[in-house]
Each structure stands twice: as structure tokens, then as C-alpha cells.
Design a protein around this ligand. Structure first.
Ligand SMILES: Nc1ncnc2c1ncn2[C@@H]1O[C@H](COP(=O)(O)OP(=O)(O)O)[C@@H](O)[C@H]1O
Ligand SMILES: [Mg+2]
Length: 228
């Protein structure tokens, strides 16, 4: 990464779906450094559309999007992302094509180790817990050399234990001494903001400034249904 360049800079992004529905307009977002950055916003505010633009799956209608990092998406439901029957074969699918057989094996083992799934290479995916599946999806993102992880409500379907596993994993990856990842994490679970390096609120296709997780929690807690 170029010294001093932000991990992501989005300026005045706009996007309209073919249906005519505007999803983003005048959306600005700068991620200054590696870390765990969280976005919160009500349904339909444009969060998933933004991640698809950053991932390159959609083209912005206007504005600029710059990042020196390779993006990789992680979805809410890992079953939509995991394609092959065993953990090793699924991670292998994400590897760059030019590697030799032994390099592939080593890269698979390494990716599994990075997400705490050492020894899982031959395990069938259907035998994994939800949290293990989500960590396997993250192993795929790391195996394809993803440096900017785009996580779209990655814990929404997980129980509390698995939620914590995935949060701790991304938090640790964003702090590893060599090539710390940059994570942009979308959540509805306000308690997750305890873990972030910065949090921002998305509303009607635009994003507010970075704030501390605690200050956003304080603003939103009284609005969250059923939370004390
Ligand atoms: N595939 C799609 N086709 C048409 N409109 C869409 C599509 N996906 C999202 N939208 C619309 O774009 C806006 C932003 O949606 P989305 O990015 O999914 O928001 P969020 O992830 O914050 O819930 C909403 O008005 C939504 O209805
Ligand atoms: Mg969404």
C-alpha cells in the first residue's frame, strides 16, 4: 500500500437500480487505515449496494471509488458462498490459478489455520457449525488474497458463541503484525460496536462521519427495539 494513501476513498458515489430505485447519492466514505470499521443503518439505506460497488460487482452511476487493496465479500449466509463439499476443496477454489499442487496444499492449510480451522481440510462442510462456516468463508476471502474484507451482516444468522468467534477473528486479522486486513463490517447488532475502530451511520444512501462505537451505541440504543 502506498504510504499515506487511505485504504478506501469513495467520493460522491451515486447508484440507481434499473428499477429506478436510487440506492446511493452523494455517498462519501474514507477508510484511513487497516482496522475493523463498522457501518450501521436501517434496511434499505444502501449498505449492501455500497459493498457491491466496492467489490466491483456493480458500477457506480457517478462519483469516484479508489482503493489500493483487493476487495473480498463475505455474505450474511455462508451457505450462499460455500460451493464445494469439503473445507479444503472450497478454500482451494479461491486460490490464484498459477500455484503448483504442493503450493496449493500449503496455501489451503495456511488459510484454514488463519481462521482457526487447522485440521479441517477434509471435513465435510455440512458438518460445520454456522460460525465455522462463516470462518471458512473468511478463509476463502484470505485465500484469494483479499485485503479489504467487506462483511455484510456476517453474524446475523449466528448464535452468540459463533458471533463472538467471527468478531474476534476479524478483530485479530485487522491487528496482525504482517499485512493487517481492513474490514468494513455491516451490522444491526449494536453490541458489536464495542469491537470497532470507528463506526458510522448510513441513512438514505449517505454515510455520516466516523465516530467511536460507544457514541453511536448511545445514540441508537434508545431506538433499538427490545434492547435494554
Ligand atoms: N437488486 C435490487 N433491485 C432493485 N432495487 C434494489 C435491489 N437491491 C436493493 N435495492 C434497493 O436499493 C435500496 C438500498 O438497498 P440495500 O443496499 O439492499 O440496503 P441495505 O443493505 O442498507 O438494507 C433500497 O431501496 C432497495 O429496495
Ligand atoms: Mg443489506
Amino acid at each position: 500500500m502506498t504510504e499515506g494513501a487511505p485504504c478506501l476513498r469513495a467520493e460522491h458515489l451515486s447508484f440507481r437500480w434499473p428499477s429506478g430505485q436510487s440506492a446511493l447519492h452523494g455517498c462519501d466514505l474514507t477508510i484511513p487505515s487497516p482496522g475493523l470499521w463498522m457501518l450501521v443503518g436501517s434496511n434499505g439505506s444502501g449498505k449492501s449496494t455500497l459493498l457491491r460497488l466496492i467489490a466491483g460487482l456493480l458500477e457506480p452511476g457517478g462519483g469516484r471509488l479508489q482503493t489500493p487493496l483487493k476487495p473480498a465479500l463475505v455474505f450474511q449466509n455462508p451457505d450462499h458462498q460455500l460451493l464445494l463439499p469439503s473445507c479444503g476443496s472450497d478454500v482451494e477454489l479461491s486460490l490464484p490459478p498459477q500455484l503448483s499442487r504442493s503450493e496449493r496444499l500449503q496455501a489451503v492449510e495456511q488459510a484454514l489455520e488463519q481462521v482457526g480451522l487447522t485440521g479441517f481440510r477434509q471435513r465435510p462442510i455440512h458438518s460445520l457449525s454456522g460460525g465455522q462456516k462463516q470462518r471458512l468463508a473468511i478463509a476463502g476471502a484470505l485465500a484469494c488474497r483479499g485485503q479489504l474484507l467487506l462483511l455484510d451482516e456476517p453474524t446475523a444468522l449466528l448464535d452468540e458463541t459463533s458471533q463472538r468467534e467471527v468478531l474476534q477473528l476479524i478483530h485479530a486479522l485487522s491487528r496482525r503484525p504482517e499485512q493487517p486486513i481492513t474490514a468494513l463490517w455491516i451490522t444491526h447488532r449494536l453490541e458489536e460496536l464495542d469491537w470497532c475502530d470507528g463506526a458510522a451511520l448510513m441513512q438514505a444512501g449517505r454515510i455520516g462521519p466516523w465516530r467511536s462505537g460507544a457514541s453511536l451505541q448511545q445514540q441508537l440504543r434508545p431506538l433499538a427495539p427490545g434492547k435494554g
